[in-house]
Design a protein around this ligand. Structure first.
Ligand code: KIV
Length: 298
């Protein structure tokens, strides 16, 4: 199903994304959604989404963990492969999970290589700003395109003291600007800005030469990303204020499954039209066997 990037087949590449930087001109903004499995990747890809992020939000929305910290490299690789198989056009980006880039540069590069080599990702995402400068640089040197991620970085949950909007004070805003500049200087091709004030995200977007992809960062970013479960109304927990719900699939599923259970319990499913039948020849054979049995002996 997946295709190798080359010009002319509609495949979206890293340089395509970089060329979509607005630079003050109004370009169509970049679209990005999370995906974790084959059918969702196919549907989102067919719908024309530019980038599919196999986010470590997998831990929460698919695997049922309370935060993103427990998800493993093996789990992320497994889901990235499924997304890869379902994607023709979109750029596939794998999120490096907590622990996969925190134990030294060599380990981190080795782990990132696995996402490209074993799972077919075309880029990796790394949370963190200034402190990831050297790592991002080394990954780029190893031909691995990197998407940065600053602002609210869920892997820093304990250090940040919760999922909170970042960059609200003058000092915090300065730090966020330094983080974003460092990510760009290290060679990242784009950067996620999560849960930061709109005005600050607009400033970062104006200053950087690489595209900014916002999530809870206002409309001035060069693109937007959402967790697909939030967009579809499939997320069972509390929804953040920035996550616009475009469908209510949790309700649709509950209704469909309730109807199925009713139909099975009352014998209305399956009907004769939903059943298989023996072929005509077998039916005739069976009928003549029965007839022979009842024929009186002479
Ligand atoms: O893991 C994820 O889904 C993310 C996005 C929210 C950017 O990092």
């Amino acid at each position: 199903m997946s295709v190798t990037p080359h010009a002319g087949n509609g495949k979206i590449t890293v340089p395509d994304i970089v060329s979509r930087k607005s630079h003050g001109v109004t370009h169509p903004r970049i679209t990005c959604l999370t995906a974790y499995d084959y059918p969702t990747a196919r549907l989102l890809d067919d719908a024309g989404v530019d980038m599919l992020l196999v986010g470590d939000s997998l831990a929460m929305v698919v695997l049922g963990y309370e935060n993103t910290l427990p998800v493993t490299i093996e789990e992320m690789l497994h889901h990235t492969r499924a997304v890869r198989r379902g994607t023709r056009h979109a750029l596939v980006i794998a999120d490096m999970p907590y622990g996969s880039f925190h134990t030294g540069i060599e380990d981190s590069v080795r782990n990132a290589v696995r996402f490209i080599k074993e799972a077919g990702a075309e880029a990796v995402k790394i949370e963190g700003g200034e402190k990831r400068l050297e790592l991002i640089h080394r990954l780029v040197e190893a031909e691995i395109p990197v998407m940065g991620h600053v602002g609210l970085t869920p892997q820093s949950l304990h250090a940040l003291g919760g999922f909170k909007v970042q960059g609200k004070t003058a000092e915090a805003a300065e730090q966020l600007l330094r983080d974003a500049r460092a990510v760009e200087a290290a060679g990242a091709f784009s950067i996620v800005l999560e849960a930061v004030p709109r005005e600050l995200a607009a400033q970062v977007t104006r200053e950087l030469r690489i595209p900014t992809i916002g999530i809870g960062a206002g409309p001035e970013c060069d693109g937007q990303v959402l967790v697909i479960h939030d967009l579809l109304g499939l997320h069972l927990g509390r929804q953040p204020k920035f996550a616009r719900r475009y469908a209510h699939l949790a309700e649709t599923i509950a209704q469909a499954v309730g109807q199925y259970c009713d139909d099975v319990r009352t014998g209305q499913f399956p009907t004769d039209a939903e059943s298989y039948h023996v072929s005509n020849g077998v039916r005739e054979q069976e009928a003549s066997r029965k007839e022979a049995k009842v024929r009186p002996l002479r």
